[in-house]
Design a protein. Sequence first.
Length: 457
Amino acid sequence: MRRSTVGLQLLCACAAISSFGPGSRALAQAAPAAETITAGSGGTLAKGVAADVVRDVIAAVRRNYVHPERVAAITARLQAGLASGRYASTSAHELVDRMSVDLKESSGNDGHMYIYFNPAEAAARAKASPKDGDPEENAAFFREQMRVANHGISELKILPGNVRYMNISQWLWDPQSSPRAYDDAIRFLKDGDAIIIDISRNGGGSAEAVEYLVSHFVEPGRKLMTFRDGPSNVEEAFSQKVGDHLDGKPLFVLTSSRSASASEEFASHVRNFKLGTLVGKTTGGAGNPNSLFPVAHGFVASISTGLAIHPVTGKGWEGVGVAPHREVEPARALDVAHAEALKMRLASAKPSERPQLEWLIAALSDGTTAATAGAAELHSFAGLYTGDRRVSERAGRLYWQRGDGAEVELVPLGGTRFAVGDRFGSRVEFGTCGELTVTRPGSAPEKLSRQSQLSSR
């Protein structure tokens, strides 16, 4: 693999941000959605655009594709698509979709073979030259995109029970600025009692970003990966010395079929080095490092240029992905990981901490299958209750108020059970004959009677 002369190693082909330079060492997977452009009348591409794109993509494949035995099939498929009119009279979006399908299928379902449309990026790449160096103004173009995206770290938050959550939506890397963004995130995570890292919607990016994060979980100098680019170019990646360490913290990593390439490298480290627990679905199986090449008319082609090999398994994850330790639907993965983290805390918790932890664990599994009360039944719950409590119903929703305090929505948990404000709040359960029961963690249930009924507003 090749590195850009300004040292920017970044790639995320699942969004508008991509790697700088014509061949950074990087891992990515799916193409971004192309925006429809008008290169001719009626929103369709001008005559000859598709032919130019096909010509340049074929040339890039012939020069760079890691599996030369597949080049003839790829070339034939693209030429047949052009000759048949499959690419004619299309928008940029349609051309991206059709050519990307043909590239992937003809290469044996290689997840790194696709094109996308991004004129600004294509122009910046066209100016970059491995011989003359990458102009600083083009480096600035990508650095600004990374700054806006916070280097792919899109969310940090504290979950109930002091479980720290980080969502990495893209693996972006600039050695001048990305370490600071990750160091800030690491300091946040370090104060948690457990850590959840979400890569379930992360289609890939820079291997350097992955390796910097992993360095916070392992000792310096551990061999992480071997990258092969062509018949003789080999690069080995090792963990580096970093400041704060997170080893010893319970770690959960959320995965899905949309977790691809660089995300799969991270998942493979978690599994193979036994750093934590993978929760979700098997990853996408896009294991070949790729490079991005500008082609005609503002399009960019992703071409697999190398192989990624993990030192523990002696192989990569191309076509097979990385399996989770705990297989659940992605929509439930966060709740499952959160609950498991809290159960680990519960095992060694002080007696005074146990009621709150048990409450939170129960809340994470509540209301997943039970039916919710119907509209007529909700209306019947409205009223003034003992203890200056008020329940109102509006547009099929219930609201809870105590005295002149703020009104808070009641969150359905199934049947006649609700939580105050959010599912981790106090519980309200409506009974027969105008009664309700309020339950709080560590407290005895409080029974209230309805004093008068309210009409809907």
